[in-house]
Design a protein around this ligand. Sequence first.
Ligand code: PLP
Length: 381
Amino acid sequence: MERIYLDNAATTKIDPEVLEAMQPYMYEYFGNPSSIHGHGREVRSAIEKSRKTIADLLNTSPSEIFFTSGGTEADNTALYCSIHQKNIKKVLTSRVEHHAVLHPLQHLEKTGKIQLNYAELNDKGEVEMSFLKQWLEDNPESLVSLMHANNEIGNLLDIEEVSWLCKQHKAVFHSDTVQTMGHYVHNLQEIKAQHIVGSAHKFHGPKGVGFLYINGDHKIHPFMHGGAQERNMRGGTENVYGIIGLAKAMEIAYRDMEAHRNHIEGLKERMIKGLSKAIDGVQFNGQSGDTDKSLYTVLNVRLPENDMSEMLLFNLDIKGISASGGSACSSGTNVGSHVIAELNIQENRPNVRFSFSKYNTVEDIDAAITAVVEMYSVKQD
Ligand code: PLP
């Protein structure tokens, strides 16, 4: 049985073009980029070329891009360094953020460093803009951390509008852009954020590498102390082939973005239609059923309860379908999601997140629909 992978918000399959670009840096070009001899210099030059590729795609300067071990490190660096070094006392986030944001902020709150506030959400899990405006008026010069898109329910935030609001109120704005990076265009001349982040494995790059954008006017000191790498912002020998793969993956993502978006959006719509037609009472969590208001890569399905529903993900897995109950940490199990818990849903119904990539086909979607339908009563027309 060939397995079908529908958990692309957890991670994606590496693109062969990316792999090809990385390979020489695993063997042939092995110098330490900090070494000043020829072996080092050729690798240093490849890293700087990668930084420029990413900066150009984001319409910003290479001096504002810092390579990290992924989204979690980028989020932690941005939050800890900005809060500590700018002496920020009031922070606004939301209860549906990824744990890479929620846990560092809750740690800072627990240790008495900040007063942590949560934005009001509507019943779809979206931030109430009127609340945000009022909060910023009452708490200028604070820090706001709101994700561009939710990894479980796909809700999109108007990142540009929020960035301008924060700017008006002299608040530092950090946005976890892990789920939109490589899937949407980020123009950093329009998005007035101090920090955005990227993680290569979410857009067909390698795992364990990402980047943090730090706006040039927002000076912070390192999180990771050590050598002078990353212009003194992150000690430690660079993950060279990871960085090469990250830049290549970004390049491909931007090059083919429109075609991939059209393809993936079509798959998502097919699944929405297919499930709605076949299963009475199926619903879509957050805004994920609305392709204009959510990631085109994510569909979070709320199914009716039945005898099989407790073991839904397990049963899908047996049928060869890899999907998830929420974030990656709960893949394969149906443990409660902190995001779904915020949605004010009364019934205790099974939820499953299907997330799509350029490698998925119409046949994958139809097979997943069939697998779900087999567990549920088929609607009588
Ligand atoms: N933020 C969001 C929204 C994510 O979906 C993830 C990955 O699951 C992360 C942060 C963490 O990124 P990484 O796996 O690169 O540490």
